[in-house]
Design a protein around this ligand. Structure first.
Ligand code: ZN
Length: 439
């Protein structure tokens, strides 16, 4: 035991030393002051004009009026002609997906032909992309066959080896037999799967334990899989885990003080997700009034991920085309119901399902286009998401004590939310990653 302890201590010391040597995080005594022309703090309903943000090391120390004396040794960053916001949070990403083009083999190609080093290199690119677009935190909802790669990429970011956002990783995800790709191959072949497949509450609990043991910050569960349009024109989704299986996962995960995100489109699978005690519903394309009421009562988070359902529709007269149109049409209705019921909504893009070269912030115009106020959309990507991640007051807000994750845009995103697609200044953890506003 003792020997192990000594070894562990030694590796810890090494890790800390390495992190100090490579991390861009500024030393605790360094003072930086940002002059913010307009400040949206991520929490308050209205913006403020001409504020000074005092940053000591990697944390915000105070926000003050512009007349406050600035210490002579402070570095001053002039963003007085910009709108300054908290670093953005995308609550649904996949750094290990590549927006697989169906014409090039799609999802299966990514699993069957891309080796783990290629996938890690692409995930590294994805993390840089997220950060340069102002997303300083992501909840990455499963690695699609890349095992625990998200936790390892997170380690590389935390030790300063590669740039990237703060990551809350879900590792492998859980579904059932018949409940995830790869599919459609000869039955005698043992194909790799994009998620960990389980049958029965015992296996379900074991999978959650394995994933939590290996560092999962969240557990991701697929509660629906295939979807199609039935003879009556209704969207139907195949359910996967039973309530008993999900309850075993939720019980285990909550015991570790972590949460469960449930991919659920509609129908039986969505109902089981709610009855099983899911913490967040992902996508939720078709939510009935009774389910909206149940989500409100249980305090379930809703991460709608609208953008991916508006691109790449199959031709209208094909089964796939009918499904694609039915998904978007019903999704709009559900989102508006959720808004009216004041459900707890977080911003999520499902980027990775779309190419990482796409804009992540495009989701803002989808949310606002369906009736969400721009300030609410911003808060869904800042303070609300922080609350879901149990990081309230630490990220998603510009306030004393919070990490100095700060972005800026030119113009007023409350008038034109698409301005957030052009983030010009990014600071993460007190270190400037990008500044296109420097004079
Ligand atoms: Zn997803």
């Amino acid at each position: 035991m003792k020997k192990h302890f000594v070894f562990l201590s030694f590796t810890l010391v090494c890790a800390v030393t390495a992190s100090r040597a490579q991390s861009p995080t500024p030393p605790a005594e360094q003072m930086t002051v940002i002059r913010a022309g307009t400040l949206i703090d991520g929490s308050n309903a209205s913006p403020r004009k001409n504020q000074l943000i005092f940053i000591r090391g990697n944390r915000i120390e105070k926000l003050t009026e512009p007349t406050t004396q600035i210490p002579a040794n402070a570095t001053v960053i002039d963003l007085s002609s910009a709108t300054v916001l908290p670093g953005l949070i995308d609550s649904h990403t996949h750094i290990f997906l590549w927006g697989e083009d169906p014409a090039k083999g799609g999802y299966d190609e990514n699993i069957l032909k891309a080796g783990i080093a290629l996938r890690a290199a692409r995930a590294t690119f994805a993390c840089r992309r997220a950060l340069e677009q102002g997303f300083t935190t992501i909840r990455d909802l499963e690695t699609e066959g890349a095992g625990y790669g998200d936790i390892e990429i997170k380690q590389a970011i935390e030790e300063g080896t590669i740039p990237g956002p703060r990551i809350f990783g879900a590792t492998r995800a859980i579904s059932t037999t018949g409940g995830y790709n790869l599919e459609g191959y000869a039955p005698e072949l043992e194909m790799p799967k994009g998620a960990q497949l389980v049958d029965g509450p015992v296996e379900a609990r074991k999978a959650a334990r394995q994933q939590l043991e290996h560092g999962a910050d969240w557990i991701k569960v697929y509660m629906t899989h295939r979807s199609w349009v039935d003879k009556q024109g209704n969207l139907v989704s195949q359910p996967t885990l039973t309530v008993e299986e999900l309850k075993a996962i939720v019980d285990e995960t909550h015991g570790w003080q972590k949460k469960v995100a449930c991919h659920a489109y509609n129908g039986i699978g969505l109902q089981r997700a709610l009855d099983g005690g899911c913490d967040s519903i992902e996508h939720g394309l078709e939510i009935t009034d009774a389910q909206i009421a149940q989500m409100a009562k249980q305090g379930t988070w809703y991460c709608p991920t609208i953008s991916p359902y508006y691109g790449d529709w199959a031709p209208a007269d094909t089964p796939g085309g009918k499904r694609d149109r039915a998904r978007a049409a019903t999704h709009e209705v559900s989102f508006k119901k959720a808004l009216n019921a004041h459900l707890k909504i977080v911003f999520g893009t499902d980027i990775g399902g779309m190419p990482w070269t796409d804009s992540m912030a495009q989701e803002f115009k989808r949310m606002v286009g369906l009736g969400m106020a721009p300030m609410d959309a911003i808060q869904s990507a800042t303070s609300r998401a922080a609350e879901m991640l149990d990081m309230k007051g630490e990220i998603g807000v510009l306030a004393p004590g919070a990490f100095a994750d700060i972005v800026a845009v030119s113009g007023d995103p409350l008038k034109d939310v698409t301005i957030l697609e052009h983030v010009r200044f990014v600071m993460k953890d007190g270190a400037i990653f990008k500044n296109d506003l420097a004079k």
